[in-house]
Design a protein around this ligand. Structure first.
Ligand code: UD1
Ligand code: F6R
Length: 370
C-alpha cells in the first residue's frame, strides 16, 4: 500500500533510508577487539577466490540497472585491480561479443526477469563464464540460473520507474568490490573508510530527502521546457544518465545525460541562454575539471543548475546560478546521494505536467520480451 503517499514512486523515493538499511543488514561486520570492519556477502563468499583470478569482470544489464553498474564500476576497478567492462544486454547479443571461461560476469536486474539480460545470461553460461546475479527478486529466473549472487533486499518496487532498487544496487556492488578486494592490504584504510560511509549512508539520504520542496519548486520552473541536459563525469557520469532516464521516462520530457569530458566534442553546440542544464559538481577528484566545465558553460550564457557539496555554492558558480546542495559522503558512494534530488525532480515534474507517475505510457515494469 502507498500509506501516506500519493504515488508508489514517491513512496519508494522516500523509503530509501530504510531500503538501504535493509540492503546492508547483516552484511557489514564492525567491531571485535581490533575494531576490524569487513563485508560478508553469504552468496559470494565461496566464489571470491575464483572471481579474484578472473581476467576481466563484465557488467551486464539494461536501463537503470545498467546505470547502477556504471556508478559502481570505478570502485570495483579501484579495489579489485581487474578490468571492468560494461555491456548493455541487447548490445552484447547483437554483437555476439566474445565471452571467456575466465570472465566473471555480473548480471544486474531488479526484476530478475528482463528478457535481454536473461538471454545474455544464457549466452554467457554457454560460453563458460562465471555468472553472478545481483537482483532484487528471490526465486527470479536470474537468481535461479546464475552460479551465485547477491540479493539486494530493497523490498518490492512497484512504480515502473526504478528508484530505491537503483540505490540498493549501487550499495551492493560497492560491497561486492569490498569483498573481492578484501585480501589486498594496501587498500585496507580505503576499504574501512568506505564501510564507515556505508553505515552513515541512510542518515545522509534522510538529509538529502529534505530537498523535496526545493525540487518541487525547481520542477515548477522547468514545467514547460522541451529538454533538459545533465552533465556528469567520473563517479557521477552514471548520475547524469540515470537522472536523465528518470526525467524522460516519467515526465515525458526529452533529457540526456552527457559525459562532461565529451562536452567540447559536440554537446557544447546546444548551449544557449534557454536550454536548462544540470551540472553535477560534488567534491571528488574531478571537481576542478567540473569547475572549468561550469566556467565554459557560463561563458556561453548556459542556464545552469549546479549540484554541489553543501557549502560549495559560492565556490562553484559565485552565486550566479541555481544550486542543489547535497551532503557529502565518500566519493564512490556520492552517486547514491546525488541521484535522490534528481528522482524528486522527475517525480514532481511528472505530477506538475499531469502525467501518470507510476505507469508511464508505453512502459512495463518488467520487460519480458526482446
Ligand atoms: C541468506 C538468506 C537470508 C538470510 C541470510 C542469513 C535467502 C534468499 N537469503 O542471505 O534470508 O537472512 O542468508 O545468513 O534465503 N544467488 C544467486 N543468484 C542471485 C542472487 C543470489 O545464485 O542472483 C544465491 C546466492 O549465491 C546464495 C543465495 O542465492 O547462495 C542467497 O543469496 P543472498 O540472499 O544474497 O544471501 P545472504 O545474504 O547470505
Ligand atoms: C527505468 C527502468 C528500466 C529498468 C530496465 C531493467 O526506471 O525501470 O530501465 O531498469 O527495464 O529492468 P530490470 O532491472 O528489472 O532488469
Amino acid at each position: 500500500s502507498k500509506g501516506k503517499y500519493e504515488h508508489y514512486m514517491q513512496k519508494e523515493i522516500h523509503e530509501q533510508p530504510e531500503s538501504l538499511t535493509t540492503t546492508m543488514r547483516g552484511r557489514l561486520i564492525r567491531g571485535g577487539s581490533s575494531k576490524k570492519k569487513s563485508v560478508l556477502l553469504g552468496g559470494l563468499k565461496d566464489h571470491l577466490k575464483t572471481i579474484r583470478r578472473s581476467r576481466r569482470i563484465v557488467f551486464i544489464g539494461c536501463g537503470t540497472s545498467y546505470n547502477a553498474a556504471l556508478a559502481a564500476r570505478p570502485v570495483l576497478e579501484e579495489l579489485c585491480g581487474i578490468p571492468v567492462m560494461m555491456e548493455i544486454a541487447s548490445d552484447l547479443l547483437d554483437r555476439q561479443a566474445p565471452v571467456y571461461r575466465d570472465d566473471t560476469i555480473l548480471f544486474v536486474s531488479q526484476s530478475g526477469e528482463t528478457a535481454d539480460t536473461l538471454n545474455a545470461l544464457e549466452y554467457a553460461l554457454e560460453n563458460g563464464a562465471l555468472c553472478v546475479g545481483i537482483t532484487n527478486t528471490v526465486g527470479s529466473s536470474i537468481a535461479r540460473n546464475t552460479h551465485c549472487g547477491v540479493h539486494i533486499n530493497a523490498g518490492s518496487e512497484i512504480g515502473v520507474a526504478s528508484t530505491k532498487a537503483y540505490t540498493s544496487q549501487i550499495v551492493v556492488m560497492a560491497m561486492v568490490a569490498l569483498a573481492i578486494g578484501a585480501d589486498t592490504i594496501s587498500t585496507k584504510q580505503r576499504r574501512e573508510g568506505i564501510i564507515e560511509s556505508l553505515l552513515s549512508l541512510p542518515g545522509k539520504i534522510k538529509e538529502v530527502l529534505k530537498l523535496d520542496q526545493e525540487m518541487k519548486d525547481l520542477a515548477r520552473s522547468l514545467i514547460s521546457e522541451q529538454s533538459l541536459l545533465m552533465f556528469g563525469r567520473g563517479y557521477n557520469y552514471a548520475t547524469a544518465l540515470e537522472g536523465a532516464l528518470k526525467v524522460k521516462e516519467v515526465a515525458l520530457m526529452h533529457s540526456e545525460g552527457i559525459l562532461a569530458g565529451e562536452m567540447k566534442h559536440g554537446p557544447l553546440a546546444l548551449v544557449d541562454e534557454n536550454l536548462p542544464i544540470v551540472v553535477i559538481a560534488t567534491r571528488d577528484q574531478c571537481f576542478s575539471k567540473q569547475q572549468s566545465v561550469i566556467q565554459q558553460l557560463k561563458a556561453r550564457k548556459g542556464r545552469l543548475i549546479v549540484m554541489c557539496t553543501e557549502g560549495d555554492a559560492a565556490a562553484v558558480c559565485g552565486g550566479s546560478c541555481r544550486v542543489i546542495e547535497v551532503p557529502q559522503v565518500v566519493d564512490c558512494l556520492q552517486p547514491v546521494v546525488n541521484i535522490v534530488p534528481l528522482q524528486l525532480l522527475a517525480y514532481h515534474l511528472t505530477v506538475l505536467r499531469g502525467y501518470n507517475v507510476d505507469q508511464p505510457r508505453n512502459l512495463a515494469k518488467s520487460v519480458t520480451t526482446e
